[in-house]
Design a protein around this ligand. Structure first.
Ligand code: PGA
Length: 244
């Protein structure tokens, strides 16, 4: 595990973007899974800037999204897909054939989850996953109690997760369920890039990194992965005994 603490979130996000761009330089067709949320927004800005400045190209990557809410915007576009289009896919001009996402409108959600896993397998497995951590310790939408062996599936959202999702999309209907990659799918990725900032994440970051590994804090399973880079700001790292 590689853990870095930064005083400035922009610097942290640039460093995280650097890891991702190294993955893409080594393998232009890398399969990368992106998280929705406030935490990775600056990372996506850094990626857009790097692409626009000609320092990097994402034109061959396979892009996946980590999870999706079951509530869909009035125009029928799933919210998390829209988030990724707005913050990254459109600005870096990904083509539609480079993008796959969980479809909460599929008639058979279980089949949709199997399709998504197969799509990831077909891409050669995930080369990197960008992750935030939920206030309740969730990883993607693997809420507390999720098995280390869980696969892609439909999940009920806890109130804090539902609230966080509603904050990204003001005025939207209550988000009660979602679709998510399972913990087993995430932990099977070659590399994980984990981001957390702000004092409100300090306690859950401490539990993820220093409390016993358990399904109560799904993010604690990250410690079982051999190739994880953590990017924290001082506030999120404030309660850690060890910093690396
Ligand atoms: P946030 O959400 O980045 O908006 O804090 C993270 C999460 O809930 O996984």
């Amino acid at each position: 595990m590689n853990l870095q603490v930064f005083s400035n979130w922009e610097t942290a996000s640039r460093a995280a973007a650097g890891v991702l761009l190294d993955v893409v330089r080594a393998k232009p067709m890398a399969a990368i899974c992106f998280a929705t949320g406030n935490t990775p927004k600056q990372l996506y800005r850094e990626l857009v800037q790097a692409v626009r400045a000609g320092q990097a190209s994402l034109h061959e990557i396979q892009a996946f999204t980590l999870d999706e809410t079951g509530t869909v915007a009035e125009d029928g576009v799933p919210f998390f897909r829209r988030f990724m289009e707005e913050h990254l896919y459109d600005p870096v001009e990904l083509r539609s054939e480079q993008i796959d996402a969980l479809n909460p409108l599929a008639a058979d959600l279980d089949q949709e989850c199997r399709r998504y896993e197969a799509s990831i397998r077909q891409a050669g497995g995930l080369d990197a996953v960008i992750l935030g951590i939920g206030l309740n310790g969730h990883l993607a939408y693997n809420e507390p109690g999720s098995s280390r062996h869980s696969r892609t599936r439909r999940v009920a959202l806890e109130a804090s997760s539902s609230q966080a999702a509603a904050n990204y999309f003001p005025g939207s209907a209550r988000m009660e369920w979602g679709l998510t990659l399972g913990l087993a799918d995430i932990l099977a990725a070659k590399r994980l890039v984990v981001l957390a900032n702000g004092a409100n994440k300090a306690e859950i970051v401490r539990r993820a990194l220093e409390a016993p590994i358990s399904a109560e804090v799904p993010a604690s399973f990250l410690r079982e992965h051999p190739n994880v880079d953590w990017f924290l700001d001082e506030q999120a790292a404030a309660l850690l005994d060890r910093r690396g």
